[in-house]
Design a protein around this ligand. Structure first.
Ligand code: GLN
Length: 200
């Protein structure tokens, strides 16, 4: 079984660990560079991306993490994790630091102008068994994606709202604007575990 770390500075660490174990991976919290060095893949949970980027610097994880991502470590970011992985953030804070794992522009708190949180049924490319029930909490969306970024899920067009990109993959990096760890549905984590298997 692959060893998958969960960045444990903030956020839903326990929920991700439980669901990764059900998806046949060994879950390990990661707070130190030495712990990062030992994992085959990493989950960046939701939380608050500006706080998390500050904590990454405090815990001296920012540079080691950028290096591992640049070196091809499979990485999955949910919500704030998606924001951290993006090359560029709109509506971010000036001191927000990026991991540059995804060649995309994301908009922070993008849906928040209408509502803080909402749930939706989404079709997810590469995941079978019907739509996913997705929970969005002050979620970002992907505003622009470079060629080579696969769009895996979008919100539905409703009224005057256009479809928004909410799940993507670029090589070994996966990101969702929503929180699959909150629904008990293991399919996104299984999808990520398969990505980790392919590189180990
Ligand atoms: N709005 C948060 C941010 O800017 C993300 C919210 C979440 O992770 N649920 O980082």
């Amino acid at each position: 079984e692959p060893v998958i770390g969960i960045l444990a500075l903030q956020g839903d660490v326990r929920e991700h660990a439980a669901i990764l174990e059900r998806a046949r991976a060994r879950a390990r919290p990661v707070r130190r560079p030495a712990e990062l060095a030992e994992v085959d893949g990493l989950v960046l949970p939701g939380g608050e991306s500006t706080t998390m980027s500050r904590l990454l610097e405090t815990f001296e994880l920012l540079e080691p993490l950028r290096e591992r991502i640049a070196g091809g470590m499979p990485t999955y970011g949910s919500c704030a994790g998606m924001i951290l992985l993006a090359r560029e953030v709109l509506d971010g804070r000036p001191d927000q630091r990026q991991l540059d794992g995804l060649d995309v522009v994301v908009r922070r708190n993008a849906f928040g102008r209408q509502v803080d949180s909402f749930e939706a049924e989404l079709d997810f490319a590469g995941i079978e068994g019907g739509p996913l029930h997705a929970v969005f909490i002050r979620a970002p969306w992907v505003e622009k994606a470079a060629d080579g970024v696969e769009i895996l899920a979008q919100t539905a067009v409703t009224g005057d709202e256009t479809a928004r990109i909410v799940a993507i993959r670029q090589g070994p990096v996966l990101a969702t604007a929503f929180h699959p760890e909150l629904t008990g549905d293991e399919r996104v984590h299984r999808f990520f575990v398969r990505m980790v298997h392919r590189t180990t």
